[in-house]
Ligand binder design. Structure first.
Ligand SMILES: Cc1cc2nc3c(=O)[nH]c(=O)nc-3n(C[C@H](O)[C@H](O)[C@H](O)COP(=O)(O)OP(=O)(O)OC[C@H]3O[C@@H](n4cnc5c(N)ncnc54)[C@H](O)[C@@H]3O)c2cc1C
Ligand code: FES
Length: 267
């Protein structure tokens, strides 16, 4: 883990309220696991807002540059969007546990990624790692289900496709892909492939989506791992401001997570 002021290489609009920021961060880049995040000081010298904000690692390139993908929804993210290439950004990370890419059971041949809304942010990096693993082991397929409110809020379709993933889109209003929630698409996929899929589910999105995925996974007897996007304060395990109830007691999302076995959560 590092705390450093790193150089912003670019901060580019990626959609109506979305930005992609690239940071030069070779000191941390090699050790990052998909699903880990950085705590970012978004304000300027006034320390306003006081609390750092968590952002997932969206991508890591060979030069040691880290990308984050973010949506402007409030004070900190708007301030972040104003930053220019060449500016310095104060970051702490990588933090959290990240996704384990399952390899132990060679029978598990399909990885299904479910990304709801801003939940796509950590999943591109995970998909890249899973695809790479697939080329070097017998993991056969990476299916990506992306859910968004509408076509305008749909992110990363092209990027997942260029990795070779089998991408399926759902939008709440039907403006692109299947109309409905991404969890409906997941149910459809598992029902259609009940006897052939032996899958691991990886998810990121709002809590109600993760809860539904936990139910679907239990009904289909498959394992599921989800990354929580809850509010955080310290982001480093000190304040207990981000707990989730699990079968083994309360766990801190920032330190013990943000990725949990969804079958272990007390919903
Ligand atoms: C582990 C983790 C990883 C994250 N990764 C990303 C990422 O890669 N890209 C990204 O855009 N965002 C990500 N987030 C969410 C991001 O941290 C918040 O959007 C950001 O803190 C908002 O700050 P703000 O000051 O702009 O908005 P605020 O003024 O703090 O909030 C504006 C509105 O958004 C709501 N809100 C704020 N944070 C959250 C949240 N975490 N979940 C749900 N609602 C929230 C508030 O209740 C309020 O209504 C992540 C969160 C966590 C916990
Ligand atoms: S935010 Fe402080 S313990 Fe998680």
């Amino acid at each position: 883990m590092i705390q450093a002021k790193v150089k912003i290489l670019s901060n580019i609009k990626a959609g109506p309220n979305y930005y992609r920021m690239t940071l030069a961060c070779p000191a941390a880049a090699k050790k990052i696991k998909p699903g880990q995040f950085f705590q970012v000081r978004c304000g300027n010298k006034s320390l306003d807002p006081f609390l750092r904000r968590p952002f997932s690692v969206h991508n890591v390139d060979k030069k040691g540059n880290i990308e984050i993908l973010y949506q402007t929804i409030g004070k900190a993210t708007v301030l972040l969007s104003d930053k220019k290439s060449g500016d310095a950004l104060d970051i702490i990370g990588p933090l959290g546990n990240g996704f384990e890419q399952r390899t132990a059971n060679s029978e598990r041949r399909t990885s299904i990624i479910v990304a709801g809304g801003m939940g796509v942010a950590p999943m591109l990096f995970l998909a890249e790692r899973l695809v790479h693993r697939r080329q070097t082991t017998d993991h056969r397929k990476v299916i990506v289900l992306i859910g968004a409110k509408n076509k305008k809020n749909l992110l990363c379709e092209k990027e997942f496709r260029s990795l070779g993933c089998d991408v399926k889109i759902s939008t709440d209003d039907g403006s692109k892909g299947k109309k409905g929630f991404v969890t409906d698409a997941l149910k459809g996929l598992l029902n259609a492939n009940r006897y052939t899929l032996n899958a691991t589910l990886y998810a990121c999105g709002p809590s109600p989506m993760l809860e539904e995925i936990a139910k679907i996974a239990a009904a289909n007897k498959i394992e599921s791992y989800g990354s929580f996007e809850e509010h955080m304060a310290c982001g480093m395990g000190n304040c207990y401001g981000c707990v989730v109830k699990t079968k083994k007691g309360y766990k801190r999302i920032c330190k013990d997570g943000p990725v949990f076995d969804l079958g272990e959560i007390e919903w």
